[in-house]
Design a protein around this ligand. Structure first.
Ligand code: PAF
Length: 285
């Protein structure tokens, strides 16, 4: 069932809750791919009813980012959801979510602001305000759907850590279910933004997973010094790649590491053919 109105979703969820059914939420921005499908399948397995939200959230895009050209494929997304046991596809307009059709700013809209320590690093450094927009919309979706479980991919590991922190700090009654990264056979992490890449670009984009896998191999061989592990990346980089960061952080609290251990997550962001891609790997897995 495709719904656009907050009130319609609330009414349906209220009925499910009355019947004692558990509700799962998979928040997405649409352009669904195999990564999203894995979240949906996990949600359908775990919950009696599943809501997938499809909303390209304008307030999490920074000026100059790809808000206007972000792929929008609602018809195909709805079919994928219907074919895979989803009860509701919730696709609100920006107007339905934020009112009056104007792009809201924090002068006029109540925002959920995650802690500075969690955002002043990795993607948050170049995408200033991005996680404010993410936390605000996810909090709104939690309030609208009131899910028992919400499913997020590890591909956006910083986002997942920040959302877990928000849930803990604001006592939101939802269990966050992290789901593993899904990769193409080549090793490329699935992402809606891969749609911007040509086949040639996709080969260049393998640089992210190659760097991460090589670091993990080196770690398993006994190298734990982060500077030494970072050094191993340079052999993979060429003029097609614009490395934004390669960093080592604690997988739970994002503290930066100088010496890697099993709970260290290695995070990479790199532009390939002008497309900003991210990936990460947990060393102890
Ligand atoms: O990961 C995403 O697709 C988005 O950041 C999310 C969580 C759906 C919020 O808009």
């Amino acid at each position: 069932m495709l719904l656009h109105k907050i009130s319609e979703v609330r009414e349906q969820v209220k009925e499910w809750k009355r019947q004692g059914l558990t509700v799962g939420l998979v928040p997405t921005m649409g352009a669904l791919h195999a990564g999203h499908l894995s979240l949906i399948k996990k949600a359908v397995e775990k919950c009696d009813r599943v809501v997938v939200s499809v909303f390209v959230n304008p307030i999490q895009f920074c000026p100059g980012e790809d808000l206007d050209k972000y792929p929008r494929t609602l018809e195909a997304d709805t079919k994928l959801c219907n074919d895979n046991g989803v009860s509701i596809v919730f696709a609100p307009t920006p107007n339905e979510m934020y009112g009056d059709g104007q792009m809201r700013t924090n002068d006029t809209l109540t925002y959920v602001i995650p802690p500075f320590f969690y955002v002043n690093t990795l993607c948050g450094k170049s995408r200033v305000g991005h996680f404010d927009g993410v936390c605000t919309v996810v909090n709104k979706l939690f309030n609208i759907v009131q899910p028992d479980y919400a499913f997020f991919g590890q591909k956006d590991a910083q986002q997942l850590i920040i959302i877990k922190k928000m849930v803990q700090d604001l006592n939101i009654p939802v269990e966050i279910v992290p789901c593993p990264i899904v990769r193409e056979e080549s090793g490329l992490a699935m992402s809606s933004r891969n749609k911007y890449l040509s086949e040639e670009d996709k080969k260049e984009a393998l640089v992210l997973s190659k760097i991460l896998n090589n670091i993990k191999t080196c770690y398993k061989k006994g190298i734990t010094n982060v500077e030494a592990l970072k050094e191993t990346a340079f052999q993979f980089l060429n003029s097609h790649h614009d490395l934004e960061y390669l960093e080592f952080h604690d997988a739970d609290n994002l503290e930066e590491k100088q010496i890697a251990d099993a709970n260290t997550r290695v995070f990479i962001a790199c532009k390939v053919a002008g497309v900003r891609l991210i990936d990460n790997i947990l060393l102890g897995e």
